[in-house]
Each structure stands twice: as C-alpha cells, then as structure tokens.
Write a protein that binds this ligand. Structure first.
Ligand code: FES
Length: 152
C-alpha cells in the first residue's frame, strides 16, 4: 500500500465516522415530543435567599480549635453543630433539634444538649440519648483542612 492509498483509506474512515453522529442527532428529534410536560419541564427557580449559604459546599464553618474535645460547637448561621468526640476526630450534624426544632447548644460535657426540653444527643452519631427527641440529628458532610472546617 502506498502513502497515497493509506491517506485515501483514512479519509474514507473519517467520512464514515463523521456521518454517524449526524444520523444519530437526526434520529433523536423524532421522539422528543411531550405536550403535557412542555411547560413543567422548565427549570425551577434557585433556592430562596432566606437560606443562603446553608447548603453551599465549601462554606466556612469554624476553626477546629474552637470545637471542644469531648464537646460541641454550634454554628447558628449555618444551623450546624460540630463535635469532637476524641481529639482530632470531627463530626457535624444539623443543629436543629428533631423534637420541636430548637437549635441545640454549644457544650463541653460529652453530649449535644437542646435547651428547650432537655433532649441530649450523641457527639459520635447525633443519636438521641435522652429527652423527648427520638430521632437523630441529621449528619452534615464536612472537610477539615488544617484548622479550617468547611461544609463539604
Ligand atoms: Fe429540642 Fe424539644 S426542641 S428537646
């Protein structure tokens, strides 16, 4: 095979390869009709600004040094409670009590206390230990980078 024959052969392959996506794109237009869902498929609006920052990844929460070992630190603006059950082991949960929605409070006594009706939650997994709350605090993903704790 000469160099010219190879070029022709490659050019022919390229033409075939280019033609395939064109055919596939044409075929997809025939099945995209859904009259009932035409308006409802529009994207919904962004989350309301009242909760701005509450769900954003990378949100700075606190300095690791501010979380007591064997205790917890509430970040009210983020509605997050950070815990450090043992030194260097950080966890985070929703700070909204599962009983009636009060914010839990900062503590260094080995549990996460709720001031409203005295529920207490585990530093390890947010599970209820005592009081009227029967559901655990929801876990929150965090990243600890040096002394900085951010929402993951
Ligand atoms: Fe927390 Fe009732 S709201 S114990």
């Amino acid at each position: 095979m000469t160099a010219i024959d190879r070029r022709r052969a490659l050019a022919g392959s390229a033409a075939i390869a280019v033609g395939i996506p064109v055919l596939a794109a044409c075929g997809s237009n025939d099945t995209a009709t859904d009259p009932a869902g035409a308006e409802s498929s529009e994207p919904t609006s962004e989350p309301t600004s009242g909760d701005a920052g509450a769900a954003g990844g990378g949100e700075a929460l606190a300095s690791a040094a501010d979380v007591p070992v064997g205790g917890c630190l509430v970040v009210p603006a983020a509605k997050v409670v950070l815990t450090q059950p043992t030194e260097g082991d950080f966890k985070a949960f929703s700070a909204v009590c599962t009983h009636q929605g009060c914010l839990v409070e900062t503590s260094s006594d080995g549990e996460i206390p709720c001031p409203c009706h005295a529920s207490r939650f585990s530093l390890e997994d947010g599970s209820p230990i005592s009081g009227p709350a029967s559901a655990p605090l929801a876990p929150v993903e965090i990243t600890v980078d040096g002394d900085s704790i951010t929402r993951a």
